[in-house]
Design a protein around this ligand. Sequence first.
Ligand code: SF4
Length: 367
Amino acid sequence: MSQQDIHVIYGTDYARMTLEIMERTQVAKRLNPAMKIGIKPNLVVAKPASSGATTSPVVVEAVIRYLQQHGCNNIAIMEGSWVGDDTKTAFQVCGYQALAEQYHVSLYDLKTDAFIMKSVGNLQLKVCKKPLEVDFLINIPVLKAHCQTLLTCALKNMKGCIPDSEKRRFHQLGLHQPIGYLGSLLKPDLIIIDAIAGDLTFEEGGNPVQMDRIIAGTDPVLLDSYAASLLGYRPEEIEYIQIAEQMGAGTSRLEQATIYEYDSGQKNTSQFKPSDKARRLAKHIIAKEACSACYGSLIHGLQRCLERGLLNQLTSPVHIGQGFRGKDFSGLGVGHCCRGGSSSVPGCPPTAKDIVHFLESQLRHGS
Ligand code: SF4
């Protein structure tokens, strides 16, 4: 498979499609049985793939079966869920514990992994050791929307390969630059995108949109550019795609790509338009370096208030993020960082339930 190739297979038999795309792209030619193989799904939260948040275990199972059919048995699934969520619970809830037992593959919670300090551009980034140590890294992201970066797919999925402290720092650095830089440090050997039914409203699921396709390639910048175009974005609109390209992680020049499509008769021809719900709700937020888990839960909280007819009682925006740490301000705050607000919900991150409860009680009594 050349770096400029994008392979897309359509349909609803996701296990067969995954196996077929691996056959068609002749992955086996690049494998040998002695290889240590790492699989990096997206298990950002402990929610099943049907929510649109996490990689389908059906896809990962097909990848494991293909690898084992070709004599590769040294396989590990590795992930670190987002700050505030427990990876081991995600392994259980998302079906990966059962998968690991059935196929005798290892599961690594990267939150407990050691890290190596890597230099890239003007940054020093902490990267977990396990994904750096494998001989063949397979990135299996979900194609979905993200309320802070618009899109999350191949490049952003690598954020699960850094410690939690570094995930927080990524937000202090504005997300785009470190995600782009990480793309040049952790280069997958193969990317298989689960574009079955990602959430096109929020990163953390609840609004899955049926897209019914699996996409494969080796260049994360090119695949993310393709994924962006599927959602109606130009690659230039996703800042981290541009930064990753500048750092040599790949190319965003879709016009130079060769796109191979299989089973086009089964193509779901709907337009996949990301919802602008998150963007509309974001007007009620003042965010400075907010972590994804915190921010996503606040968006959900605001959505609940909207549904319950309370949002119009919110007279000033809600503060959130590490940029408010140690500062006093007038207004509502979310999380430990914003405890200097007139009123705030504790936690780092607070649970979505606590945020909903906090906002509801504030708005019912006038914010
Ligand atoms: S409270 Fe602050 S550090 Fe904790 S998750 Fe929220 S934004 Fe991040």
